[in-house]
Design a protein around this ligand. Structure first.
Ligand code: ATP
Ligand code: MG
Length: 180
């Protein structure tokens, strides 16, 4: 499985629809300060269900919607789609290409989709469980996260190993059934 395309529209500095094609291997994003490099990784975290505006470097979730410039009006919604190549079947879903979309309106209304079918955030979380992808997965290592991992509590470190070992879904199911 690998991320093959990111489609961004109305998210932070990406007012116009922008498609970023990624081939396998390593992709580097370079550009001057403030040109939107970190906004791309924020967009990825956001689709995967990040609920903390602070983690996305804002003060409220609405801050992810393009807020306008002196020459351009603010937009009413933000939408990001991640397209994964799933030819190897890493994601437990019967599609060789999997699109995950999140849309947020200024009214606060939020929508999630898997392959254009409306779904819950929980469905997206479950789809990526144990793959290392996900808002808390180890596939996104932000600035300072290495320090955090090294110095964090042993339980937090354990979560990282459990995700890598592929047992998070069993643990989550056990916790859910214990709650019932
Ligand atoms: P650096 O090299 O300094 O890390 P960067 O390329 O990572 O820079 P970003 O932090 O991704 O830059 O982009 C910051 C830019 O995004 C700022 O110019 C900011 O005004 C713009 N921006 C952030 N949120 C919004 C928004 N909601 N609407 C419009 N522009 C936004
Ligand atoms: Mg940056």
């Amino acid at each position: 499985m690998f991320l093959k395309r990111i489609e961004i529209q109305g998210f932070k500095s990406f007012a116009d629809k922008t498609d970023i094609e990624l081939s396998g291997g390593i992709t580097c994003v370079v550009g001057p300060n403030g040109s939107g490099k970190s906004n791309i990784s924020d967009a990825i975290r956001w689709v995967l269900g990040e609920q903390s505006a602070k983690t996305l470097r804002g003060s409220k979730m609405e801050d992810v919607i393009f807020s306008g410039t002196s020459r351009r009006k603010p937009l009413g919604f933000a939408e990001v789609t991640l397209v994964f190549d799933n030819k190897d079947g890493s994601l437990p879903i019967d599609y060789s290409e999997v699109c995950i979309t999140r849309r947020l309106f200024r009214s606060g209304e939020s929508e999630y989709y898997i392959n254009k079918n409306s779904c819950r955030l929980k469905d997206i979380r479950e789809l990526f469980m144990d793959t290392g992808v996900g808002k808390d997965g180890y596939s996104i290592i932000g600035q300072g996260r290495i320090d955090e991992i090294l110095s964090s509590k042993s339980e937090d470190r354990r979560n990282i190993f459990e995700e890598a070992a592929g047992i998070v879904k069993f643990k989550t199911r056990k916790e859910e059934s214990e709650k019932k």
